[in-house]
Design a binder for this molecule. Structure first.
Ligand code: Z5A
Length: 207
């Protein structure tokens, strides 16, 4: 059995990750590729419970250390029970966020030490890294404007603009570190243009 490919979608909120996940699934299925769609934090029963705890805006103050460890606890479950088995069975896995989000949010946003995140990445993932990461990038105000009609604001969405600016910068730093893996997609353009750029980026994997 040929191992599947692992694709992740990243970016600050409202840039269109969820919207384009559906597009990528449809696009790959045209090539008869079996696709498993998932998300982080989440993807398993336990990881989704951790997600609820992380996003709950009314919870007690969660320490930065606890937040980081909860992200990786959810990820450990997700890898063991969803990502690795699916890849081993030849499926392509598309995840709405993965570890680049930890470098961007906990590293950039919360200013936690990169070396700590790198250690946890190695501990939890071993050699597992995405084959391709699509970084949807747009000025923070663009994503915010797209999601501002939402009724419920989660714990992350309640953060200040400066937090999201650091997150965006954190993502761009990751892209500079891993230019072969992380492809920047300009998200501040009509959806049809975004999807054209995504199809182009996928072409490398489909060869
Ligand atoms: N988090 C973390 O801190 N550390 C980690 O390691 C991980 C995660 C893995 C999870 O939230 C939170 O966890 C996240 C980071 C943290 N917190 N924040 N913020 P999530 O991933 O579920 O939430 P999100 O990023 O807030 O997702 P979102 O708000 O749903 O955004 P999106 O998926 O990127 O956007 P969308 O739902 O596809 O699109 C939003 C709207 O824009 C929608 O109406 C679309 O129709 C519209 N849209 C999309 N593209 C376009 C274009 N091109 N033009 C016009 N309109 C568009």
């Amino acid at each position: 059995m040929i191992r599947g490919k692992f694709i992740t979608l990243e970016g600050v909120e409202g840039v269109g990750k969820t919207t384009n996940l559906a597009f990528i699934k449809e696009h790959l299925e045209k090539y008869n590729i079996p696709v498993v769609v998932t998300r982080e934090p989440g993807g398993t029963l336990l990881a989704e419970k951790i997600r609820q705890l992380l996003l709950d805006a009314d919870s007690e103050a969660i320490s930065e250390q606890a937040e980081l460890l909860m992200m990786f606890a959810a990820r450990a479950q997700h890898i063991k029970h969803v990502i690795e088995p699916a890849l081993a069975q030849g499926n392509w896995v598309i995840s709405d966020r993965f570890t680049d989000a930890t470098f961007a949010y906990q590293g950039g946003g919360r200013c936690m030490k990169v070396s700590t995140i790198e250690w946890l990445e190695q501990f939890v993932q071993g050699p597992l890294r995405p084959d391709l990461t699509l970084l949807l990038d747009a000025p923070i105000e663009v994503g915010m404007a797209r999601v501002k009609k939402r009724a419920v604001i989660d714990r992350f969405e309640a953060e200040k603009m400066s937090f999201f600016e650091r997150v965006r910068r954190g993502y761009l730093v990751q892209m500079e570190l891993y230019p072969e893996r992380i492809k920047l997609i300009k998200a501040n353009q009509p959806l049809v243009e975004v999807q054209r750029a995504i199809s182009e980026a996928l072409r490398v994997l489909l060869r």
